[in-house]
Design a protein around this ligand. Structure first.
Ligand SMILES: C[S@@+](CC[C@H](N)C(=O)[O-])C[C@H]1O[C@@H](n2cnc3c(N)ncnc32)[C@H](O)[C@@H]1O
Ligand code: SF4
Ligand code: SF4
Length: 396
């Protein structure tokens, strides 16, 4: 084992942050440093260490492997993403799950060994997603089973069926994450294909009225409606009662999200429909890059209050991604943090290190799963898939 030495200040900061779970703002104030810079530096340090095969555990011991030939040794699981069903009831423009003809889902029985295994491996939270998870006949039982393992549940839904599934407030769901990418009916319909904006908001309000303590997050795939008035759009969601707004960059060019056509032509068309034009993107980025501008101050405030998932840097990186800019972080062939902290269960039962990786096993052939994920990680390294990947925007 190799030992790395950190200086006293670094150790105090890391201990406050990861052992005592102290608020980053408080720690930053103690050392008279900028909280956003501190969070980013620590995050970068963790990612760098993870990529080099080090794991910073809660005793601040750095375990080391020579290279990542066994991902399971450095895996620090936060929230694996579990697609329980592929079918869906919303004809969204950027996702083809709704086009799935036959019923494609994983039964609770098929999922149980994975859930139990993940709990044993230290997972403290699972994101139950789809397709539309509320269309799964056993969705409630799946939630109950995960909770029975002492694991947190985040339920990612389009919100359309919530009024028919008010059981969600009887189960101890830690966060109901509703996709809400627009601030008005027109833009919602452009993205989601269906005129369900008012229904989804009614459903959110129904839950909040019946169970005010229920945490509801909004998940925003960042498109032109939002970007044009970032501050107003975020405020709008928070004022309407969601507790947290999480962002995700639009995936234009992959076969993820069940898309069969990953041609450049198709991806470009999607961008033309959903994203601001180049000049507008550059203007928004210019404002974000100006530390005293209204928008960068507003984003900083939302972020410091822990109301949104992204800091100013994430928004700038996302715009760089949309512009295809030569941003060193995006351009690098290094993996992002995702494979080190999460995983994806796909519709066909394949387990993947991230949305874009090859599989390292299948839940329908459980004994053959290679938890070291050696070949999958090597392929990510060698294939160049990580270059200009949207994962870099939200996951380091
Ligand atoms: C696939 S959906 C499944 C859960 C649920 N049906 C929903 O829409 O929230 C999970 C998330 O992926 C997002 N998504 C779908 N297509 C996307 C794309 N092309 N790029 C980025 N995010 C996308 C959705 O907006 C949603 O927030
Ligand atoms: S984004 Fe969600 S709601 Fe839209 S088609 Fe995909 S799975 Fe369905
Ligand atoms: S392909 Fe993308 S999401 Fe996967 S590890 Fe690479 S950068 Fe991350």
């Amino acid at each position: 084992m190799e030992v790395l030495e950190l200086n006293d200040t670094a150790i105090t900061i890391l201990r406050d942050m990861y052992v005592h779970n102290e608020d980053a703002n408080k720690i930053a104030a103690k050392f008279d440093i900028d909280a956003e810079v501190l969070q980013k530096d620590i995050y970068d340090l963790k990612v760098d260490l993870g990529k080099k095969g080090f794991n910073l555990n809660s005793d601040l011991v750095l375990d080391v492997t020579e290279s990542i030939d066994d991902l399971s040794k450095v895996w620090t699981p936060t929230t694996p993403i579990i697609h329980i069903i592929q079918n869906c009831n919303s004809p969204c423009i950027m996702c083809d799950c709704w086009k799935t003809r036959h019923k494609v889902s994983h039964s609770l029985n098929a999922l149980k060994p994975l859930f139990t295994d993940l709990a044993d491996r230290g997972v403290h939270s699972l994101m139950i997603s789809g397709g539309e998870p509320l269309m799964h006949p056993e969705c409630r039982q799946i939630v109950q089973f995960v909770k029975s393992l002492g694991v947190r549940v985040e339920l990612n839904t389009n919100g359309i069926l919530l009024h028919k599934n008010m059981w969600v407030i009887e189960e101890d769901i830690d966060e109901i994450v509703v996709s809400m990418d627009a601030t008005n009916r027109e833009n919602y319909k452009l993205i989601r294909g269906a005129d369900k904006f008012d229904l989804v908001w009614k459903n959110i309000q129904r839950i909040k009225e019946t169970k005010p303590s229920q945490s509801i997050g909004a998940r925003v795939t960042l498109t032109k409606d939002f970007l044009r008035d970032l501050q107003g759009s975020i405020s709008h969601l928070l004022e309407k009662g969601v507790n947290f707004v999480g962002f995700s960059p639009l995936d234009q060019f992959s076969t993820s999200f069940s898309r069969s056509d990953n041609s450049v032509t198709n991806g470009t068309k999607l961008g033309e429909k959903l994203l601001p034009v180049e000049a507008e993107l550059k203007a928004i980025r210019g404002e974000l890059n100006e530390p005293t501008s209204k928008i960068s101050c507003a984003v900083k405030t939302f972020y410091d209050r822990q109301e949104i998932s992204w800091n100013v840097r994430n928004f700038v990186d996302c715009i760089d991604l949309y512009l295809g800019e030569n941003n060193p972080k995006l351009r690098s062939a290094d993996l992002c943090k995702f494979p080190f902290i999460s995983l994806v269960l796909d519709y066909d039962g394949e387990l993947k290190c991230c949305f874009y990786s090859k599989s390292f096993g299948n839940i329908y052939n459980y004994d053959q799963i290679d938890w070291t994920a050696k070949n999958t990680v090597a392929d990510l390294h060698n294939s160049g898939k990580c270059r200009s990947c949207r994962g870099k925007v939200f996951c380091g």
